[in-house]
Design a protein around this ligand. Structure first.
Ligand code: GLA
Length: 372
């Protein structure tokens, strides 16, 4: 039996299909080659100490009830432990965990989900808990809902648990049916531009968007009872009910319906290797996220806008929950350096902030690591 284990838990990108997971739609994510590393060691008693390079440390007794902490970051870990206790009572014993990370926090690449999934998988392996992928996803999502109080969808945790090298995941969030999609962009790379700005409204506005979508669906269901998810409602029905919805709810619903259609069109284009047409859908997605769903920021809008004059960038849009974080860009490989220096310079002179770039590869999901 192992007494110590090292886990790597990656971030994720999402090619297209934003804010659709909690609306029963399609998303198109993949795990990436930037990770949180967690080193777990069993202790001989019930005491647990968690040490994070970036956030500090805390301790608790594994036999005592796990409660929400006033230190926000601790809840990602405590929430997972609470969830495990619920379905495998008495299986967890004392352990220590050291955490280091190369995943920037607040960059829209799911560092929170990476932490949750890393803790869930680490404890799964350390204490032989025999969890299925589905259990691990569920425990991690519930930790975020119940302890972090962020009503996220399933996309981040799903892609971190299920991710595979070179494969994007086309996931139907209503049925959880998914297929792997070979990532072959040949001469193009995925470049993330991290605006390095996270607006503090992000969590409350995220939960609010989810609520607005529920409200819109409820109103629509009063007229058409057959729709289970907002993504199922065609645009002409939303238009028909425009007067019953507030202006805000109307815009949210139209975005959701159009964004889901964009994911499906993207698949068709990518299968035919029509990368430029796919890029156009990324710009449309950004426009909807910015104007109809209202989750972008002036920094993200600026970063997307500046790519429109660059022939070597085929598509760009904000990625993840929004209100700061990163844009995802599909850039011709031989122009990456040119692109980065131009973006750094323009961003710095406009906002006086430094841009951080990340070139990503689609990589394996959470699992054992050999090195720290
Ligand atoms: C965050 C959430 C996800 C998803 C995205 C937006 O990353 O955790 O569930 O809703 O935002 O697509």
């Amino acid at each position: 039996m192992t007494d110590s284990i090292i886990i790597k838990s990656p971030g994720r990108i999402n090619l297209i299909g934003e804010h659709l997971d909690y609306n029963g739609g399609y998303v198109f994510p993949g795990a990436i080659n930037h990770n949180i590393i967690l080193k777990f060691t069993k202790t001989q008693n019930n005491q647990c100490t968690i040490i994070s390079e970036g956030f500090g440390s805390f301790s608790f007794n594994i036999q005592k009830p796990i409660k929400i902490s006033s230190n926000h970051w601790e809840n990602y870990i405590l929430g997972v432990i609470h969830g495990i206790h619920k379905i495998r009572p008495d299986k967890l014993k004392g352990f220590n965990c050291e955490i280091t990370s190369s995943l920037p926090e607040g960059a829209g690449i799911a560092s929170s989900a990476a932490l949750e999934c890393g803790v869930a998988e680490g404890l799964n392996q350390l204490f032989n808990l025999n969890f299925s992928d589905h259990d691990l996803i569920d425990i991690s999502v519930k930790a975020e809902h119940n302890f972090v109080k962020n009503n996220c969808g399933i996309m981040d945790q799903f892609s971190i648990i299920k991710g595979k090298a070179q494969k994007l995941i086309l996931l139907n969030c209503a049925t959880l049916k998914f297929e792997f999609f070979q990532f072959e962009f040949d001469d193009y790379s995925i470049i993330l531009l991290n605006s390095n700005v996270k607006h503090n409204l992000s969590e409350s506005e995220y939960n609010l968007r989810r609520k607005e979508c529920e409200q819109a669906l409820e109103i629509i269901q009063k007229h058409h009872s057959g729709y289970n998810y907002l993504v199922d409602v065609p645009e002409n029905i939303i238009d028909e009910l425009k007067d019953d919805l507030t202006d805000k709810l109307y815009k949210r619903a139209v975005f959701v319906s159009q964004e889901n259609a964009r994911v499906l069109k993207s698949v068709t284009h990518l299968k035919k290797r029509e990368i430029v047409k796919f890029g156009e859908l990324m710009y449309e997605s950004h426009d909807g996220l910015s104007k109809k769903y209202e989750v972008s920021s002036s920094e993200l809008d600026f970063l997307v806008e500046l790519t429109k004059d660059l022939p070597y960038v085929v598509g760009s849009r904000m990625m993840g929950g929004g209100f700061g974080g990163s844009t995802i860009n599909i850039v011709e490989k031989k122009f990456i350096n040119e692109f980065l220096s131009l973006a750094y310079e323009k961003y710095k002179s406009k906002f006086n902030h430094n841009l951080v770039s990340l070139e990503v590869e689609i990589s394996d999901g959470v699992g054992s690591a050999n090195v720290i």
